[in-house]
Design a protein around this ligand. Structure first.
Ligand SMILES: Cc1cc2nc3c(=O)[nH]c(=O)nc-3n(C[C@H](O)[C@H](O)[C@H](O)COP(=O)(O)OP(=O)(O)OC[C@H]3O[C@@H](n4cnc5c(N)ncnc54)[C@H](O)[C@@H]3O)c2cc1C
Length: 381
């Protein structure tokens, strides 16, 4: 399906990015996992080669390319052990808020840096007391002359420790629910902005995830994205691509887990034959391969529809739910095929198993996806 949409230039781009990953990411992945950080140098190198925000229009320093380039970058990073590199979140989730709703001044100031790697972005929506229920956020941004004064706390923020610019969800009308939410850009030097330590996570170790603190943090009023009180609407508009980005991660991680499980099952001998030739395991692999294949077909249909500009929120929610659960099932079975070796760090499946666990949680949990899907089934008549 997507094959028809790929042109020669996409293939050339993939080959070039694959070589970049083999040289600049894969050999360093273990050290970055250990350091709980990807060096800024990688961002700058990616920027130099046109691998950050490739969709940004040329007037702002980008290449003006389509979403297939983002897909290629996301896929190849994962295949080359760069699952935790926060680039897809920067390029396809956070920076698009700036491009779509930023003032001309904001776009001129930061978009070229998003492309070059000098400006790393993050989205700060979740709080200690509000994740799924964003109407319950408590961070406030109150107008004071030509500034907003922000108070509150954010948590679980991907790229939070290195980000130069954060899209922060705040209540400009604290008494209102969804309609009181606004999105405001906070840059790293804003007075009153601080970050906590990197959070200790179960997986995604090279990815820095942090808490952010705002104490009478002052930012100029032109940092507001769009209009006051429209923040929730903007989040909903952008969630289609954000969740699609996670769907891609789920699918490619499932493909990698299957690959590891299959390779191991072909080589390890038990009771005189390869693990995979025992019928229980052959059937296990057949089930895994079927789920992975079905996931690929569904994902590609979603991407094609997204590229065509269709509203696929319902199907993206289905994808986020099903693929997020599917990759966890496949990772579990692939590790099981490895026996005790699957539990050892030197086997790739060990890291893959850890890393996939968050995929059914961030960008909306499986339960929240089911909530959205069921609401659209017409149950209320
Ligand atoms: C690795 C990682 C990276 C993240 N990166 C970011 C980021 O960059 N920016 C950001 O803003 N956030 C980020 N998050 C936060 C993430 O989006 C939230 O964790 C997620 O939305 C769930 O919110 P919560 O953790 O507060 O869980 P809760 O909302 O407290 O949910 C707890 C449980 O209750 C369930 N639940 C909630 N409501 C319902 C309901 N109505 N019906 C049934 N069940 C329900 C949930 O599914 C879950 O199982 C990240 C999280 C992780 C783990």
């Amino acid at each position: 399906m997507l094959a028809e949409l790929y042109g020669e230039e996409h293939h050339i781009f993939r080959e070039s990015f694959r070589r970049f990953v083999a040289r600049e990411v894969t050999p360093h992945a273990a050290a970055w996992e250990e350091a709980r950080q990807v060096p800024r140098d990688l961002w700058l190198k990616m920027g130099q080669e046109g691998f950050l925000c490739p969709w940004v229009p040329e007037e702002h320093g980008g290449l003006g390319l389509d979403f297939l380039y983002s897909l290629i970058i996301n896929e190849e990073l994962i295949r080359g052990d760069g699952f935790g590199v926060g680039v897809p979140l920067h390029s396809d989730v956070a920076s698009p808020y700036l491009a779509s709703y930023g003032t001309p001044q904001a776009k001129e100031r930061w978009l070229p840096g998003c492309v070059s790697g000098e400006v790393i972005t993050a989205v700060g929506f979740s709080e200690p007391g509000a994740g799924s229920d964003l109407a319950a956020i408590r961070a406030t941004a109150l107008k004071d002359g030509g500034h907003y004064v922000i108070n509150g706390q954010k948590t679980f923020i991907t790229n939070g420790f290195v980000a130069d610019l954060v899209v922060v969800a705040c209540k400009t009308d604290p008494a209102a629910g969804y309609s009181g939410i606004s999105l405001i850009l906070v840059d790293k030097d804003a007075p009153g902005f601080a970050r906590g330590q990197k959070l200790h996570k179960m997986g995604g170790h090279m990815q820095d995830t942090a808490e952010l603190f705002f104490e009478d943090c002052r930012v100029p009023a032109w940092h507001l994205l769009g209009h006051e009180g429209q923040g929730f609407k903007y989040m909903m508009e952008k969630l289609q691509q954000e969740r699609l980005e996670v769907c891609i991660k789920c699918q490619v991680m499932a493909e990698e887990c299957l690959k590891e499980g299959l390779n191991y099952a072909k080589t390890r001998q038990v009771f005189g034959q390869p693990v995979g030739l025992h019928q229980a395991n052959a059937f296990r692999l057949a089930e895994m391969a079927t789920e992975v294949e079905m996931g690929r077909v569904f994902l590609e249909a979603l991407i094609a529809a997204h590229l065509a500009g269709q509203d696929v929120v319902q199907r993206v929610s289905m994808g986020k739910y099903w693929l997020g659960e599917m990759v966890n099932r496949v990772a579990y079975q692939a590790l099981q095929l490895h026996g005790g070796y699957g539990y050892m760090e030197e086997y790739r499946i060990c890291r893959l198993y850890r890393d996939v666990r968050a995929l059914s949680i961030f960008a909306g949990t499986s339960e929240i996806m089911k909530l959205i899907i069921s609401r659209n089934l017409g149950l209320r008549g």
